[in-house]
Design a protein around this ligand. Structure first.
Ligand code: BGC
Length: 454
């Protein structure tokens, strides 16, 4: 036991392809929806793009050395689908078929991570869909489920030698709700019925990938990363309690119920229907795919909400949302470690003792190097410490928690905020690409190797 965590606990750090790789058109890579979106002036703060990002594509050795120095036993990264299938489809033509160079790049990365004594944990989809698939309807088109399964199989076969643990999707509500309902992410749609159809295809794609992995590598595990917050009622009034449960339904139960309980939550179906929305047709075959389930739940936690029933607000949810906690972060979120504990316990109560890994938890501050070039991010250290204390308490209270993965290993392209927000344990100077471990990096390293106390 180290600091109350078991010996085989996963200690990690995470990144995602579009946010760090750069090399957006190198070696045969196809255009992704994020390339297209970020190249449109006005979509991203300061006109930033992921064209170069942290230039990780050309810096595998340096970055694996960084991970090794950090002492993590798990590195969570994602694969850029258009690097593998530039045209989205495995249709065998030179333009649409497999891009061997892209595949080889991930084989090299996974091998080098493994050789450094770190377990590579690969995510198949962290939002950078091939633009060519979007042009055919993207996640709203049911054909994407076959395309995803084929892409997943390709990756399981190519990386299976090194990767024992997989994630299908990062945060499906971000893809469905933000990309297809709120329109802040590509493809920038604002249609909730489409967003519901997208959520269905994402869940089917997960289930099909899960079955494929079981056939190819029965020892390997695959989960899904859900961005789950704690949803507290603003008052004890029944309607506020119902609003909080609805918010939990919208962000968590809609995705977790099918995978653990076999179908969508009836109250949410009734609610969406009462708003005149078109719900996906769920067949028995679909339910059989849901039943493939998850090997673990990836739990991404950043903040929590307090909810008040408010007709007319936040359609179709009819509720007002307020962040819980006093301290603001650079992203405008608030710090609430208790929400991590409450949510882990709630999920365990509602879904049983499913294995959970905290696949993302992190904070952005305006980190500025001192004249001596050091970054004294003591508030980040305190953030991690408090969340780990909450996680440890949840384990003591019966939660089957198997790991903690900090977001992120390094500062990176923060989607619509561009490079203005910094979540990293490592400071990136985007002019020179110099990597400088922050104080939080050194503290996390000492913690992992048992030299620091929580
Ligand atoms: C996403 C990351 C993002 C982080 C901070 C997570 O939900 O997976 O890509 O950088 O939140 O916003």
């Amino acid at each position: 036991m180290t600091n109350g965590f078991p010996k085989d606990f996963r200690w990690g750090a995470a990144t995602a392809s579009y946010q760090i790789e750069g090399a957006w058109s190198a070696d045969g890579k196809g255009e992704s929806i994020w390339d297209r979106f970020s190249h449109v002036p006005g979509n991203i703060t300061n006109g930033d793009t992921g064209d170069v990002a942290c230039d990780h594509y050309h810096r595998i050795d340096e970055d694996v050395a960084l991970m090794k120095r950090l002492g993590i036993n798990t590195y969570s990264f994602s694969i850029s689908w258009p690097r593998i299938f530039p045209n989205g489809k495995p249709d065998g033509t030179a333009a649409g078929g497999l891009n061997q160079k892209g595949l080889d790049w991930y084989r090299t990365l996974a091998r080098k991570v493994c050789e450094a004594g770190i377990t590579p944990m690969a995510t198949l989809y962290h939002w950078d869909l091939p633009q060519a698939l979007q042009d055919r309807g993207g996640w709203a088109n049911p054909d994407i489920v076959d395309d995803f399964e084929h892409y997943a199989r390709t990756m399981f076969e190519a990386l299976g030698e090194w990767v024992p643990i997989w994630v299908s999707h990062t945060e499906p509500w971000v893809i469905a709700w933000i990309g297809h309902w709120l329109g802040h992410h590509p493809p920038g749609l604002r249609d909730f019925s489409t967003a519901l159809r997208v959520s269905h295809h994402l869940l089917l794609a997960h289930g099909r990938a899960k079955a494929a992995l079981a056939g190819i590598d029965p020892q390997a595990q695959i989960g899904i990363k859900l961005y789950t917050q704690m949803n507290y009622p603003a008052t004890d009034r029944d309607e506020d309690r119902a609003a909080a449960h609805r918010d939990y339904g919208h962000y968590t139960r809609w995705f977790l119920d099918p995978l653990v309980k076999g179908d969508y939550p009836a109250d949410m179906i009734a609610w969406y229907r009462s708003k005149g929305l078109v719900l996906p047709d769920v067949t028995d075959d679909d339910r059989a795919v849901f039943a493939n389930g998850i090997d673990f739940l990836g739990h991404s936690y950043y903040f929590s909400h307090r909810l008040r029933h408010t007709p007319g607000e936040n359609w179709p949810l009819e509720l007002a949302t307020e962040l819980v906690g006093k301290h603001h972060t650079q992203k405008g979120w608030r710090i609430w470690p208790q929400g991590l504990y409450d949510n882990l316990v709630r999920i365990t109560n509602d879904y049983g003792k499913i294995p959970i890994i905290i696949t993302e938890n992190g904070v952005a501050f305006n980190d500025i190097p001192t004249e001596a070039g050091v970054i004294e991010d003591t508030t980040r250290i305190e953030f991690i410490r408090q969340h780990l204390v909450a996680a440890r308490r949840a384990m003591a209270d019966g939660v089957n928690l198997q790991g903690y993965i900090y977001w992120s290993l390094m500062d990176n392209f923060e989607w619509e905020d561009g490079y203005t927000t910094r979540f990293g344990l490592t400071y990136i100077d985007y002019e020179t690409q110099k990597r400088t471990p922050k104080a939080s990096f050194e503290w996390y390293r000492s913690l992992i190797c048992g030299k620091a106390d929580l």
